[in-house]
Ligand binder design. Structure first.
Ligand code: CTP
Ligand code: MG
Length: 387
């Protein structure tokens, strides 16, 4: 009997069918490029990358198919559904498409910067409430507007409500069907509340603020601005008796081995220090002390993965790593491609971003005398300029 496909537990619904009238310009705001990617692409990627989200469904406007296809590129998503004249119409169209999911996070495409921690908090809150929303305190004074300032409004107890807004799907679908058709709702939490559902609040994030006006796009560019950082690493290991050695994540048969902490992979150790240098975060010794049981005897590949994760945790992108291995023997040339592949795999970058070079020291010095192997690495990463 064919297996029934599992019901996705958690769907993300991105409403992207608006016209962006308040922003103006030729292109609806969700298709404008900020930090090298369309606003909608940022929102999709943040949700698709989260392990708690099983499927991302996008709702697009009539006539936006071509713009959408250009944004999607190779991303694997279900076909978009067409939205309606109001945000609520668009949400209803999207909810019909993900009806099978147990939980849904409804998100505005116009909020491109979505921290994973907010998604974590929303999903966790759904365990004890049928709905949950991210909120932020109001910092400014509030008052009625007009040509001259109107009456002050107390901000006591007021919050700004963001998206994604998370719901148990059955609850939000029923709430939308109970909502009067002729009344607009600016978000889904008010629809859920009107139907009597408790909506929990979790901490929102200023990065989630909606792009509404042209000036918001200037702030968004600042948020996505990147700076380039270069770090260097150097390491040496002495030869010891043995029949193979580890260099650059591969094991090479040789008449000697290398002695040292873990597998003594001199090239990977240099890469770790170069990566740590880009984020000015100590060195291999401070992160992986041999005294720490967690790292005792660990393969150097784990050190590289950990350093890579430290860079990516800061929003960093590894642009390039250049390695020079310094020894008389073994010959590195025949292994260069395998090392390149191994390092690219560990760093999760394309092979074109990894350069592996080797040199002798003309029989001079400790490497020339065949006492050990040295390695140098230079790493270039991009980091958020305004974290
Ligand atoms: N939205 C939608 N369908 C609509 C209207 C809005 O899917 N008929 C979406 C927008 O694409 C946006 C989100 O709802 O991601 C929040 O709406 P808003 O910021 O108001 O976007 P727009 O309606 O596009 O902008 P404006 O109101 O300035 O025209
Ligand atoms: Mg609108």
């Amino acid at each position: 009997m064919p297996a029934t496909p599992p019901r996705p537990r958690t769907a993300a619904l991105i409403v992207a069918a608006g016209k962006g009238v308040r922003t103006g310009g030729d292109v609806p705001k969700q298709y404008r490029v900020v930090g090298g990617r369309a606003v909608l692409a940022h929102a999709i990627d943040a949700l698709a990358a989260h392990p708690g989200i099983d499927v991302v469904q996008v709702v697009i406007g009539a006539g936006q198919q071509a713009a959408y296809a250009e944004v999607i590129e190779e991303r694997m998503l279900p076909a978009p559904v067409e939205g309606g004249a109001t945000r609520r119409d668009s949400v209803l169209a999207g909810l019909a498409a993900i009806a099978g999911a147990e939980r849904v996070l409804i998100h505005d495409a116009a909020r491109p910067f979505l921290p994973a921690a907010v998604i974590d908090r929303l999903i966790a809150a759904l365990d004890s409430a049928p709905g949950a929303v991210p909120v932020l305190a109001v910092a400014d004074s509030l008052a009625r507007g007009g040509d001259t300032l109107g009456k002050a409004v107390s901000r006591d107890g007021l919050v700004r409500v963001q998206t994604p807004q998370a719901f148990r799907t059955d609850a939000i679908v029923a709430a939308h069907h109970a909502w009067p058709a002729d009344r607009e709702a600016t978000d889904d939490a008010q629809v859920a509340r009107a139907a009597g559902h408790a909506v929990a609040t979790v901490a929102g994030d200023p990065a989630l603020d909606k792009l509404t006006y042209e000036a918001d796009f200037q702030m968004a560019e600042m948020r996505t601005a990147m700076i380039s950082r270069t770090g260097m690493g150097f390491d040496v290991h002495a030869f010891a008796a043995g029949t193979s050695l580890w260099i650059g994540g591969i094991e090479i048969p040789h008449s000697q081995s290398l002695s040292g902490h873990s597998d003594a992979d001199v090239a990977l150790h240099a890469i770790v220090d170069a990566l740590l240098g880009t984020i000015a975060d100590g060195d291999i010794g401070s992160h992986f002390p041999p005294s720490d049981a967690r790292w005792k005897g660990a393969a150097s590949s784990r050190f590289v993965e950990h350093a890579r994760d430290l860079v990516t945790a800061r929003g960093g992108l590894i642009d390039h790593v250049d390695v020079t291995i310094i020894c008389e023997a073994p010959k590195i040339g025949p292994h260069r491609d395998a090392i390149r592949r191994a390092v690219a795999g560990l760093l999760q970058v394309r092979e074109a971003a990894i350069s592996i070079k080797a040199t002798t020291t003309e029989r001079l010095g400790f490497t020339g005398r065949g006492e050990g192997i040295a390695a140098q690495a230079v790493a270039t990463v991009r980091l958020p300029a305004n974290p």
